[in-house]
Design a protein around this ligand. Structure first.
Ligand code: NAI
Length: 249
């Protein structure tokens, strides 16, 4: 019987205090991986880490990180390296939106989203990839979005970062393949989380009409694709994007 066993692997998931990141952490823990939870809130990250270690009997560690600030990223990565050691699986999940029509979008709106979604991903990946290269094994999964492929009014800044992550994924996959490190992306559609909870109900109903499977996604729908990409079932897949969107694209 096929089963996914990630015991012995250490996984770091950014933005795993809630939503999609939390579901990914839960799925990887249930497959036996050690888990590092990070988010903006340190005590929340520690709380989730404890919950997962109690539930799945795997080692966990929780800490805060502010992806907007390169100094915070470095300090947090060093803390993780000293307390946990090398990371085998890195899931770049944290992301923010700052939606506005382009004509009203300020440089600040643009830069803030780029800092977290793209530069944050660059910084954290640069730090942990070195140990993966030395060990000649690693799995990097970046969380993109359907809007990086379709575009979306009001999200020029956000969709730019999500399309950018696809270029990041494909180029890095080519650079790292000879070291047995795969780099892939998942592109969720409309997933029910805090990020989407504030959208007006009429807009949600409009989106729903465009989803052939007839429902919004759950964080677990995305977590399943990430678990697959971390597993030996996906050892020969790199530079790829898995769309998890109920058929909307
Ligand atoms: P969420 O807003 O529920 O959770 C975001 C997580 O990122 C939180 O843990 C938060 O602490 C962390 N985070 C935010 N800013 C941060 C910063 N400056 N430094 C460090 N951590 C930070 O979001 P959700 O919905 O779970 O989204 C997760 C990822 O999935 C994001 O990259 C998002 O763009 C992407 N996505 C979400 C979709 C959806 O419909 N919810 C659709 C497509 C992509």
């Amino acid at each position: 019987m096929l089963s996914i066993d990630l015991s012995g692997k250490k996984a770091l998931i950014t933005g795993s205090t809630r939503g999609i990141g939390r579901a990914i952490a839960e799925y990887l823990a249930s497959a036996g991986a050690s888990i590092v939870i990070t988010g903006r809130d340190r005590s929340r990250a520690q709380e989730i880490a404890k919950e997962l270690s109690d539930k799945y009997s795997v080692p966990t560690f929780g800490t805060s990180i502010n992806l907007e600030d390169p100094n915070s990223v470095r300090a947090c990565c060093e803390e993780i390296q000293s307390k946990v050691g090398d990371i085998d699986i890195l899931v770049n999940n944290a992301g923010i939106t700052k939606d506005k029509l382009f004509l009203r979008m300020s440089l600040e709106d643009w830069e803030e989203v780029l800092k977290v979604n793209l530069t944050g991903t660059f910084l954290i990946t640069s730090f942990f990839v070195k140990d993966m290269v030395k060990k000649r094994w690693g799995r990097i999964i970046n969380v993109s979005s359907v809007v990086g492929f379709t575009g979306n009014a009001g999200q020029v800044n956000y969709s730019t970062t999500k399309a950018g992550l696809v270029g990041f994924t494909k180029s890095l996959a080519k650079e790292l393949a000879s070291r047995n490190i795969t780099v892939n992306a998942v592109a969720p559609g409309f997933i029910e989380t805090d990020m989407t909870s504030l959208l007006p109900e009429d807009l949600k109903q409009e989106y729903l009409k465009g989803i052939p499977l007839g429902r919004f996604g759950k964080p677990e729908d995305v977590a399943g694709a990430v678990l697959f990409l971390c597993s030996p079932l996906a050892d020969y897949i790199t530079g790829e994007v898995i769309h998890v969107n109920g058929g909307m694209y």
